[in-house]
Design a binder for this molecule. Structure first.
Ligand code: ADP
Ligand code: ZN
Length: 813
């Protein structure tokens, strides 16, 4: 910047446009400007955006520039190091810097016309301190509860509204409305003790004076023999083989009191940290080689329940002891509450959880905290936490690195957080640890090439063996009419044996709902979604059929909508159907279902897990939700109702995914006990993937899959870019995709596949066609992308194709 000359800034705006936006800075603002602060700037005829300063200079642009309205931050919220990291994401994943900013920043940093404002909960309602404008707004808020920024503009009749709102935010008069707010729900445990004023002798007396059964007597005697006055109810029943109903009589007689005890989830965690667990020999060896690694990126390949988490904990300790920040990435925060409590147990309040379900203000606070490296040296978060403004990052751990949920599908940037973490290691000079029992092929390949280091944990902690896997041929069983609903005899027998041992069962069916389809037996009609090219799934509890893509639903009818005959049957099955069958098969058992439908309500997921942990549940039926990292001590059996849908999935990653899924779900069995079992039902008992799961043979899976990938030109040998062209009109989609594919062929030749209709050719009312680009690593990747971008823009600018949308996905899942 030269003194005396006009100052300009380049601003990142939250828009999918790739060009730069330059503004002039008035003298009054020059001194408070820095790279990384937010500014309010005008855009178009009447819009105002909060943008981020990317560069400050004296170069006057060719066009007429507008002035910055105000500077919104006193201190930068991102540094130039973070901005160059964002730029890398934008370039690699082919989107605008504005789109990266939109994903990166917590929403309360993103003031825009559509944002809602509400009264701040701490406002003291003292109107005498307010300015006239503030008074007008607070008054309107008292009346309407919430206002859009646009409406505030109208009320005050002034253009530059963002700085004004920002000031009201700072004064704690208003805040940005939070969509969802995490509420703390205490964990409860059912306990029993004697009623007030009843001592053991008296208990016996009251008991004798009523009618009673021998079971009740046994219950009471065992209870009175306990050394503790209050004991966990469900554990007690399990231990002695009582049904939980038996307590009712004793409660009714005024002898036993049954109540909920609130347990502090983190217990000691609040008081700083608990001592770290002592590692076993294998874990120690792993830790030693990870403490001073030769490579920047390492894989911790440890079988399920080998104690990877304990190794992470020791590494984290080492990093924070040297003053570094640690990022712990997990696939989904909501599904990892167990893990979070374990880490909190070790590190207490040194941990910040970055959670999309947390309120915006909390997220903004955490953002500033990380930026100044204050309270939380350890951050746990799902994929979006890669954007946090780390200042002194030393270690990144990616747990369950094979999980596909590290990839963001929509909106752009469509990034893969594991891959981004590897880049961050390089950008921030931090070491990166990828941990899993079933590495992704990409990671295993990088280890194989010597790009990443690797450390193994081959034994389960405590010396427990991996569960025994049995493959059950249900084709055979169906033919002989030996199936009971969807259950084979082998599975039913095993379940009964597991119950008899006082252990729990997990049942996995990777499909929710009751039955996937309703089919007319006369004409074959299957009800379809109005907007998507898929059939609707039947949901028994809500008596409707629903689209799992867009949520469209219809009421169930008993007659066919096509031929009107009363001949509609259900085909296939989901978790809800399994739950129903179980209730018939085991009427005395407590059966619970965990899938998207039963966990919609806040805390539902945690409530179910707690109940399972407390052994209040005998059987948990669930979708992939139950396969992820859960650590339960008394699961004796894991049953997979049908492996076929996974194996037959039309995708080049199907076998890899099926193997990972089956190993992970099997890994929930026998974590604290010997002799656990897994039963996998299938129509293809000789399928190679099932054989490999049976033998826990990852190495062989890797070898055979790598051969396939290479010969069919797939990752990790080739890079993929997936392009989807969409339009409401089928003809326009055909034209646009044809034009794009043709022009791309002129450069990429045989590396272009398509255009083709995907398996789902209409979604949410849009027709779609896809083009696949397969490039070898030797072809310069940035150069390919630049050419690709040019052709995409050429198609988008054609007037006759107006309304066309093009989605570009680099390294698709
Ligand atoms: P993974 O992450 O590899 O699946 P976990 O870290 O969950 O395995 O470990 C499995 C179980 O063994 C957990 O309950 C954990 O607390 C226990 N465990 C593992 N290592 C140790 C150790 N060194 N000391 C005590 N318990 C351990
Ligand atoms: Zn739909």
């Amino acid at each position: 910047m030269i003194f005396g000359e006009a100052t300009y800034i380049d601003v990142i705006l939250p828009l999918p446009l790739k060009q730069k936006f330059t503004y002039q800075v008035g003298d009054e603002h020059v001194s408070s400007l820095e790279v990384g602060v937010r500014v309010a700037v005008p855009f178009g005829r009447s819009k105002i955006y909060a943008g981020l300063v990317d560069a400050i200079h004296n170069t006057k642009p060719e066009y007429e520039v507008k002035f910055v309205i105000d500077v919104l931050d006193q201190y930068p919220i991102a540094s130039s190091t973070h901005l160059s990291f964002w730029q890398w994401i934008a370039d690699y994943y082919m989107c605008s810097l504005g789109e990266v900013m939109n994903s990166a920043l917590p929403s309360s940093f993103k003031l825009a016309n559509e944002t809602y404002i509400v009264i701040h909960p701490l406002w003291d309602e003292d109107t005498t301190k307010l300015s006239d404008s503030e008074y007008l707004i607070m008054d309107a808020l008292l009346l309407h509860k919430r206002l859009k920024i646009q409406e505030i503009t109208q009320i005050l009749q002034r253009k530059t509204i963002l700085p004004f709102v920002k000031k009201m935010q700072d004064l704690k008069l208003v805040e940005i409305e939070e969509e969802i707010r995490e509420r703390f729900k205490p964990k409860l445990r059912k306990m029993i003790r004697l009623c007030d004023g009843v001592h053991p002798k008296k208990a016996q007396l009251i008991f004798k004076s009523h009618r009673h059964s021998p079971k009740q007597e046994e219950f009471l005697n065992l209870f009175l023999a306990e050394s503790k006055a209050e004991i966990p109810f469900h554990v007690f029943c399990k231990q002695h083989g009582f049904s939980t109903a038996i307590v009712k009589a004793l409660v009714a007689k005024g002898i036993i009191h049954l109540y909920d005890l609130e347990i502090n989830r983190l217990e000691q965690a609040e008081i700083s940290s608990a001592p770290l667990a002592l590692l076993n020999e294998e874990q120690n060896r792993a830790l030693e080689s990870l403490k001073s690694p030769i490579k920047r990126v390492n894989l911790l390949h440890g079988v399920t329940s080998s104690g990877k988490t304990e190794v992470y904990i020791h590494l984290i300790k080492q990093a924070i002891d040297t003053g570094k920040q640690v990022l712990f990435l997990v696939p989904e925060i909501a599904l990892t509450t167990q893990l979070v409590s374990r880490l909190k147990h070790a590190f207490g309040d040194l941990i910040g959880v970055y959670h999309s379900r947390f309120g915006m203000n909390e997220r903004a606070e955490l953002w500033r905290d990380v930026k100044s490296n204050l309270r939380f040296p350890i951050i746990i978060g799902a994929r979006s936490s890669v954007f946090l403004p780390f200042e002194n990052l030393g270690l990144i751990i990616v747990d369950e690195e094979h999980e596909s949920s590290f990839k963001q599908q929509d909106p752009a940037p469509r990034y893969q957080a594991r891959d981004v973490a590897v880049y961050m290691g390089h950008h921030y000079k931090a070491s990166v640890l990828l941990g899993t029992a079933t590495p992704s092929l990409e990671t295993a390949y990088n280890v194989h090439k010597g790009k990443y280091g690797v450390v193994f944990l081959k034994e389960r902690f405590g010396g427990f063996s991996l569960p025994k896997v049995h493959i059950v041929d249900i084709a055979h069983a169906y033919k002989r009419k030996r199936m009971n609903g969807h259950f084979s005899e082998a599975l039913l027998t095993s379940m009964q044996e597991t119950f008899d041992r006082g252990e729990q069962v997990l049942l996995f069916q990777n499909r929710r709902g009751y039955a996937p389809q309703q089919e007319c037996q006369s004409c074959g009609h299957v009800p379809q979604c109005k907007h998507c090219d898929v059939s609707l799934t039947y949901h028994k509890s809500s008596r409707n059929i629903r689209c799992h893509y867009c949520g469209y639903s219809e009421k169930v009818t008993s007659h066919c909508k096509s031929c009107s005959k009363q001949d509609v049957k259900l085909k296939g099955f989901g978790t809800e159907k399994i739950e129903d069958e179980l209730k018939e098969l085991f009427p005395d058992r407590v059966i619970t279902r965990m899938d998207l439908d039963t966990t919609r309500k806040k805390n539902a997921y945690e409530t179910i897990l707690n109940a399972f942990e407390e052994q209040e549940i005998d059987v948990l039926v669930g979708t992939q939700m139950i396969s992820k990292g859960l650590d339960f001590s008394s699961v004796g059996l894991v049953g997979v109702l049908s492996a076929d849908q996974m194996l037959n999935f039309p995708d080049f990653r199907a076998f890899e995914r099926a193997f990972q899924m089956l190993c992970q779900v099997s890994g929930r069995a026998g974590r604290k006990k010997a002799d656990s079992e897994v039963i996998i039902q299938t129509f293809q008992p000789n399928h190679e993937v099932l054989k490999l799961v049976e033998n826990h043979d990852y190495t062989k899976l890797l070898k055979s899959q790598l051969v396939e990938r290479q010969s069919f030109r797939y990752p990790p040998y080739f890079k993929l870019i997936h392009i989807t062209v969409r339009h409401r009109n089928r003809r326009t989609v055909d034209q646009a995709s044809f034009l794009l594919a043709n022009s791309l062929r002129s450069v990429f030749e045989h590396r272009i596949l398509g255009p083709e209709y995907p398996s789902l050719d209409r979604m949410k009312g849009y027709y779609q066609k896809q083009i696949l680009v397969k490039v070898e690593h030797s072809l310069s990747y940035p150069d390919s992308k630049e050419k690709l971008n040019r052709y995409v823009n050429a198609v988008l600018s054609q007037v006759s194709l107006r309304g066309t949308k093009i989605r570009v996905d680099v390294d698709p899942n």
